[in-house]
Design a protein around this ligand. Structure first.
Ligand SMILES: Nc1ncnc2c1ncn2[C@@H]1O[C@H](COP(=O)(O)OP(=O)(O)OP(=O)(O)O)[C@@H](O)[C@H]1O
Ligand SMILES: [Mg+2]
Length: 250
């Protein structure tokens, strides 16, 4: 059974069709990269998956359970909170809470969930995740004391702390300079090696090709092309994909 099945997701803003029917499925342990021009709807799609926007049409099925159906009445806040837990989202701007340390940022949400874990267990989990991000020596620092790359790695640990089924990244390195980009990409690469299920919106084509199993090329709110990463990036079928990739290289 696929871990995620997205069926015919459509979204309009002010009468403009932004998503025109997005459908695909992915298996547990897969990493999919989404590429495409500015304005093609990549962020809007991730926001729909994370219930930050409500699609106008379509369904979202996670592990065989329909967690969203646009034809059903709007979800109440409790349902939204529960359903959001299926997805983790790491933004371009790290959005850490400035008044909390790295460790506190990671364990804040799981603590609020009151899922029975003790304070010690939460702390151990937070330390372990930060250690995996290469930040063992930074746990007690505040965001302003950390570089952009370090802050982004805290944000990744924070997303993982809720054990999402699918971890989503929206251009996780586009606010970073090249040196700091490398350290964040390494962390994402490690997650892929550990078979973390991920959807990664990125402008880093070489990274998408090397880390993702499959690449989706989005254009004007549809999936124009989807296939094995190497094939879509190195040998795309669609003219529009070729054009997009060659513009990037010029
Ligand atoms: N809340 C909103 N209200 C109105 N229009 C919106 C809203 N959010 C996004 N849009 C429009 O939807 C379109 C798609 O935007 P989106 O941010 O999803 O593109 P993107 O593929 O992520 O682009 P980029 O590569 O620049 O991040 C754009 O034309 C944008 O102006
Ligand atoms: Mg975007």
């Amino acid at each position: 059974m696929p871990i995620l099945e997205v069926n015919n997701i459509k979204k309009k803003f002010d009468h403009y069709n932004i998503l025109n029917g997005i459908s695909f499925s992915m298996e547990e342990g897969q990493a999919i990269s989404i590429i495409g021009s500015s304005g093609s709807g990549k962020t809007t799609f991730l926001r729909c998956l994370n219930f930050l926007e409500r699609p106008d049409e379509g369904t979202i099925v996670v592990k065989g359970e329909k967690i969203f159906d646009a034809s059903m009445p709007p979800e109440n806040p409790k349902q939204l909170r529960e359903r959001r837990l299926h997805f983790g989202l790491v933004f371009q701007q790290f959005n850490l809470f400035p008044q909390y340390t790295a460790l506190e940022n990671v364990i804040l949400a799981p603590r609020l969930l009151k899922d029975g874990r003790s304070e010690q267990e939460l702390t151990d989990m937070g330390m372990d995740l930060l250690d995996q991000m290469g930040l063992a020596d930074r746990v007690n620092q505040y965001p302003h004391q950390l570089s952009g790359g370090q802050q982004q790695r805290v944000a990744i640990a924070r997303a993982l702390a809720l054990k999402p089924d699918i971890l989503c990244f929206d251009e996780p390195t586009s606010a970073l300079d090249p040196e700091l980009t490398g350290e964040v990409l390494r962390v994402i690469r490690n997650l892929a090696e550990k078979k973390t299920t991920m959807i990664i919106v990125t402008h880093e084509m070489a990274f998408a090709r090397d880390v993702a199993d499959e690449v989706i090329f989005m254009d004007k709110g549809i999936i124009l092309e989807k296939g094995p990463a190497e094939q879509v990036i190195n040998n795309p079928k669609e003219e529009r994909t070729k054009q997009f990739l060659s513009n990037l290289n010029n």
